[in-house]
Structures are given as structure tokens and as C-alpha cells.
Design a protein around this ligand. Structure first.
Ligand code: UTP
Length: 297
């Protein structure tokens, strides 16, 4: 019998250097896409996938994340008094979820961040969700991985194809064989392969489901690429002892961990909103006109 997947870990202790100076005093996970912090999209996906307990791994300068998911009695009272029930609902949405926090003392890498969740997870399967990727899908991405776990009883890594020239930015899977069109057995995982040397173009995109055995490998994992304890290296070792699958999930992935992806996501999400789309389209047209004038001058 499979154990039910009820727990999620969200590592959010990274330095966010790609968004400096904005992330000097503010966590990158709190940068908003339109009007919602990126981490809230991740929490919503977890809840919609049936997750009941969430652990956020935070670090220095990340207090705003804890505050965001705490209740704010004065704000709630003011909104009640002013009859602003639609805003009250938005504020309350973030406080009715079971969220726990733990600190990673130093940003020693994603693998080290996940290791901080060992006591919280115990002897259960769990998911790891990274805030750098927001996935819009009919069936939430994490729910898709859970369904594959229910079939295989094994660790499942969420992947999607990326362009050949982008493989050097990701963990890439080397496949051994395919079980179905989307579920693959994996030979090994390579963290950020050099351009031209990637074994495939299937990239690990911020969604993982692990059996608790991953902690055995994280505990003994040596420092790898970039001087950090890499989650990818521990997955490779886990795969040598226990089958790990890669699953090509359905859905559109938005990369909000780098500037261009963040701008694109903001634009696309606002175009998906009835209250904003026409104004945003007009505004974009105006901006493009102005810029094409200055380019042709
Ligand atoms: P990234 O490398 O994308 O995030 O790590 P970062 O370090 O915050 O950003 P840059 O590269 O400096 O701009 C992927 C995820 O792992 C977390 C990050 O918060 C992010 O969600 N992470 C990374 C940790 O929690 N701890 C770490 O030591 C490293």
C-alpha cells in the first residue's frame, strides 16, 4: 500500500542574486506577479494537489514570508469596519493553511535546504516545490507527480523539454528507457551540463516527489557544482539504490527566477485577468508604438 503524500517542502533560503538589488532586503519569493507574491502561487498549487502540511525553508532576511502567512488582526479589523469584504477575503486566504517554517543557517545549496526538512518529513513520501517555477495546468503539476507515485511507489522528478542552448542552466536527465510516453526510467542526472554536452533536453523544473530515503543521501552528500550541496547529486545516488522516474508533466511553466521570465509572466498573467487584460493590451500597444518611433528615428 502506498503512503499518502501529505507534506510539501518549499526551499526559500537562496540569496536571489539574479534580482539584486531588489532582493537585498526583500525575499525574492515575495516579488509579486501582478498582485500576489510568487510563493503564494506555489502554496496554492500544493493545497489544490491535496497537500495538508507545508514546510518553508527560510534564511536570513526572509521574515516577510512568515509575516505574509500570519494573520494581521489590525488590518482585518480595518477592512471589516470599512466594509471591504473582497480585500478581507484576499488577506484571510493566506492564513488558513498549515504552514511551518525552519531556517537554513547558511545558503549551502538546494540539497542542504531540503535536508533541513528531515524531522518534519519523518518516514513519509513528500514533495519539494521551488518558487522559481510557476506551472499553470488543468491538473496541478504536483498532483500529476502524486498520481505517478501512486502507480510506481517511487520517487518522481518533474521534467519538461527546454531548448538545447538552455540545458546548461538546469539539472538534465539521462534516460535509460521509457515506461509510457511521459514516464521514463533514468540512468543519471547531470547538474548544469556544459553547452553541447547535455545527455537530453529534459530539464528538472522545480517539482520533485521523494521517498524519505533521499535524506540518507543528502546527509552524506559532498559539495558539488558551484561549491554547493546539490540535490541533483543526491538524486543520482538514490537512483542507484532505488528506482527514480522522470515524468514529463502537462502544463505551461513560467520561469520567475530570472528577469526576462519574470517580466513575461507578469504580462501573461495580467492578460489572463478579465479586470486587467484590455487596459494592459492598450498599454502595451502604446509602449510599442512609442518605442518603434524612437528606434526608427
Ligand atoms: P536558485 O539558485 O534558483 O535560487 O535556487 P537563489 O540562490 O535564491 O537565486 P540566485 O541564483 O542567487 O538568483 C533554487 C531554489 O533553492 C533555494 C532557493 O531559495 C530557490 O528556491 N535555495 C537555494 C535554498 O533554499 N537554499 C540554498 O542554499 C540555495
Amino acid at each position: 500500500m502506498n503512503k499518502r503524500v501529505k507534506k510539501a517542502v518549499i526551499p526559500a533560503a537562496g540569496l536571489g542574486t539574479r534580482f539584486l538589488p531588489a532582493t537585498k532586503a526583500m525575499p525574492k519569493e515575495m516579488l509579486p506577479i501582478v498582485d500576489k507574491p510568487t510563493i503564494q502561487y506555489i502554496i496554492e498549487e500544493a493545497v489544490e494537489s491535496g497537500i495538508e502540511d507545508i514546510l518553508i525553508v527560510t534564511g536570513k532576511g526572509k521574515r516577510a514570508i512568515e509575516d505574509h502567512f500570519d494573520s494581521v488582526p489590525e488590518l482585518e479589523q480595518t477592512l471589516i469596519e470599512k466594509g471591504k469584504s473582497e480585500f478581507l477575503k484576499l488577506v484571510e486566504e493566506t492564513t488558513n493553511i498549515n504552514i511551518h517554517f525552519i531556517r537554513q543557517s547558511k545558503p549551502r545549496g538546494l540539497g542542504h535546504a531540503v535536508l533541513q526538512a528531515k524531522a518534519f518529513v519523518g518516514n513519509e513520501p513528500f514533495v519539494v516545490m521551488l518558487g522559481d517555477d510557476i506551472v499553470q495546468a488543468t491538473v496541478p503539476c504536483t498532483r500529476q507527480l502524486i498520481s505517478q507515485y501512486e502507480i510506481t511507489n517511487s520517487s518522481i522528478i518533474g521534467v519538461q523539454p527546454v531548448l538545447d542552448e538552455e540545458t546548461q542552466r538546469y539539472g538534465i536527465v539521462d534516460l535509460s528507457s521509457s515506461v509510457t510516453e511521459k514516464l521514463h526510467k533514468v540512468k543519471s542526472f547531470v547538474e548544469k551540463p556544459q553547452l553541447g554536452s547535455a545527455p537530453s533536453n529534459l530539464a528538472i523544473l522545480g517539482r520533485y516527489l521523494f521517498t524519505p530515503e533521499i535524506f540518507k543521501y543528502l546527509e552524506t552528500q559532498q559539495v558539488g557544482t558551484g561549491g554547493e550541496i546539490q540535490l541533483t547529486d543526491a538524486i543520482t545516488r538514490l537512483n542507484e539504490m532505488q528506482r527514480v522516474f522522470a515524468y514529463e508533466f502537462d502544463g505551461k511553466r513560467y520561469d520567475v527566477g530570472e528577469k526576462l521570465g519574470f517580466i513575461r509572466t507578469t504580462l501573461e498573467f495580467s492578460l489572463n485577468r478579465e479586470d486587467l487584460k484590455y487596459d494592459v493590451m492598450n498599454m502595451m500597444e502604446e509602449i510599442l508604438k512609442e518605442h518603434s518611433k524612437s528606434v526608427s528615428m
